[in-house]
Design a protein around this ligand. Structure first.
Ligand code: GUN
Ligand code: FE
Length: 454
């Protein structure tokens, strides 16, 4: 028996071909003719060179005939990580984008979210959003659901059934909204958050975890924010919310929280900024606020489609990175109209170029940097980088098998191209037709097989 088998680390799959991923030091590292082994627990057991096949097969106890060889024009990248998406808003994605944030919430968002009391409707929408995002290459999603605990639990169940890694948040809001029945009392919000955490944890889904989710400061009283901070702390949980998305919202927060120095300070005072916190947008944060993010280890989710679609602002990602604040990308469906992380990659590049147009001294993001934000950066932003984000040994195998030359795909290859050019073409021109297989924790989740239970 090989060593690996004795340690319960038997190899389930070995892949050979080009692997492209990011590390802390290198935004795009390309490993050509590499061999990657996945163990029975779905973790990366080794990554080596093709020429080491014999040695690796002996060390890890697999047969060389079982190796899956990637075709020409194919490569693996890490699964993409959507650090901010409203699963419940998927039902109207691609519509209703002509109003600014606060009016958009009152006119479109709250009426739609209130429908998730109906579990049948929730089941339909949540199944569609999980399937669509998986197909688009989102192996990890950080979801907002709605205020409804049972529907939020259903989202966790569906993500688990289809094999997506997910943080799921039951939304908390105890004030200020226009839709009468789409609001909780402070006590309900607290009690239901407890119930949500307890019930979801009881399911012991291996890849689905709860995230404490105050919608944003204007929808929560200070008392509720304090309670939610305590719940997260006592249970060592993730936290997500929105911050400093548009200027009207900023003004409202100043009015509602006159004793706070800044929007960031509102959350900080309530113990909601931790190294497991992700805040969406942050377009209008000051350098002082960014310093507080850095100090607390809280991260930002950059949602460029939404920032543009709702005319909210343009996040200066370069400045965020210079402040060494953790940052990932998000689709922010349905403020962002696309559920594809490839769209988020493109809008992040566009937004950076808009800043360059406004200020020629601005240092634009490179596609390599944005690739890192969509993968490793996202995993760091969600504090899941011990499990996912790149092809480091010991992490789960969350990966996309990309075929740039997929037949019927959107990319025409005219000549032989280097892997880095193929990556650039995929990021700028590709879509789900190029994502031929998706793996989460070693399990092939796309093409779909029948879910185990949903
Ligand atoms: N701020 C508070 N709620 C929301 C929401 O649903 N979407 C966006 N983009 N911003 C918000
Ligand atoms: Fe959002």
């Amino acid at each position: 028996m090989a060593n690996s088998e004795r340690s319960g680390n038997a190899i389930a799959h070995v892949y050979r071909g080009t692997f492209v991923h990011s590390t802390q030091q290198t935004a795009v590292q390309i490993l050509e003719d590499a061999l990657l082994g996945v163990n029975t627990q779905g973790k990366i057991a080794f990554i080596g060179e093709g020429k080491e096949l014999q040695r690796l097969s002996q060390t890890f106890g697999f047969s060389t005939s079982e190796v899956t060889q990637l075709a020409k024009h194919e490569f693996f990248i890490p699964g993409m990580i959507d650090t901010h998406i409203h699963a419940s808003q998927y039902s109207y994605a691609g519509t209703a984008l002509e109003l600014p944030l606060l009016q958009w919430l009152n006119t479109y968002t709250f009426p739609v979210e209130s429908r998730f009391k109906d579990l049948e409707f929730a089941h339909k929408v949540y199944t569609q959003v999980v399937k669509r995002t998986l197909r688009n290459g989102t192996t990890t999603a950080c979801y907002f659901a709605t205020i409804h605990t049972d529907a939020s639990l259903l989202l966790g169940q569906i993500a688990n059934a289809f094999g997506q890694r997910a943080l799921v948040g039951k939304v908390c809001m105890d004030r200020n909204n226009s839709v009468k029945h789409y609001k909780e009392t402070s006590q309900e919000s607290q009690d239901e958050t407890y119930r949500f955490i307890k019930e979801l944890s009881k399911k012991e889904y291996p890849l689905v975890k709860p995230v404490v989710t105050p919608r944003f400061a204007p929808s929560c009283t200070e008392a509720l924010l304090v309670q939610l901070g305590a719940i997260a702390k006592n249970n060592n949980l993730h936290i997500q919310s929105h911050i400093s998305e548009n200027t009207e919202e900023l003004k409202l927060v100043q009015e509602l929280f006159p004793n706070s120095e800044s929007y960031t300070d509102v959350y900080h005072k309530c113990n909601l900024l931790t190294d497991k916190t992700v805040m969406a947008h942050g377009c209008h944060l000051s350098d002082k606020e960014l310093a507080l993010f850095r100090e607390t280890g809280a991260s930002l989710s950059h949602c460029p489609n939404s920032n543009i679609s709702l005319c909210s602002g343009v996040l200066d990602v370069r400045n965020v990175l210079n402040h060494k604040v953790k940052l990932g990308l998000g689709t922010d469906v349905a403020g962002g109209y696309s559920s594809s992380m490839l769209d988020s990659v493109r809008r992040a590049l566009d937004s950076s170029k808009v800043l360059k147009i406004q200020n020629p001294d601005h240092e634009t993001l490179t596609f390599e940097e944005v690739f890192r934000l969509a993968t490793l950066g996202g995993s760091q932003a969600l504090s899941l980088d011990d499990q996912t984000g790149n092809f480091e040994v010991g992490k789960d195998f969350d990966a996309l098998r990309v075929n740039v030359a997929a037949s019927d795909g959107p990319i025409d290859l005219i000549q032989h191209e280097e892997p880095k050019i193929l990556l650039e073409k995929f990021l700028n021109l590709g879509d789900d037709r190029n994502i031929v297989e998706v793996f989460v924790a070693g399990r092939k989740v796309v093409p779909f097989t029948e879910p185990t239970s949903a």
